[in-house]
Design a protein around this ligand. Structure first.
Ligand SMILES: [Zn+2]
Length: 149
């Protein structure tokens, strides 16, 4: 069996010479053929249209072997995706916790605003009470001045 898929293949599954080869080193795209040799009758292989089973200068790979490699690579990609999904789920959970905290803060802010407006009312009432006391004092002083001075 010939060694590797080509260099310069953009497909990530073939860059390292593993998985289903898409292209030969010579630039031609691979084709699937069926072996009719006595040693491998009916066995599928990927090859270069310009190559043959004996020609080491062009792509030749048994499809069953490439398929196993492809499956292994797909498996590792799936594992990575599963890991990513796991961390995304974790991030989502954290986001929800942050959202809950933010909602609680909003409620507290609304409550504090109420407290502040109550305080403002009390301050106003105290001010008018003070004014009344001052006015009352002035009236008393005038009454005292008019009648007893
Ligand atoms: Zn070729």
């Amino acid at each position: 069996m010939s060694s590797s898929a080509s260099s310069g293949v953009s497909d990530r599954f073939s860059v390292r010479g593993r998985g289903i080869p898409r292209q030969c080193k010579c630039g031609q795209f691979s084709v699937i053929k069926t072996s009719n040799t006595l040693k491998n009758p009916g066995r599928l292989f990927h090859c270069c249209p310009s190559g043959s089973e004996e020609n080491k200068h062009h792509l030749f790979r048994w499809t069953d072997i490439s398929m196993v490699e492809e499956m292994e690579m797909v498996e590792s990609v799936v594992e990575k995706i599963e890991g990513d999904v796991g961390s995304l789920a974790k991030g989502l959970h954290e986001l929800e916790a942050i959202k809950e905290r933010a909602e609680r803060c909003e409620k507290e802010i609304v409550y504090l605003k109420d407290v502040v407006s109550l305080c403002e009312k009390e301050v106003q009432e105290l001010r008018s009470f003070k004014n009344m006391v001052v006015c009352g004092g002035l009236v008393m002083a005038m009454v005292y001045y008019v009648f007893f001075a």
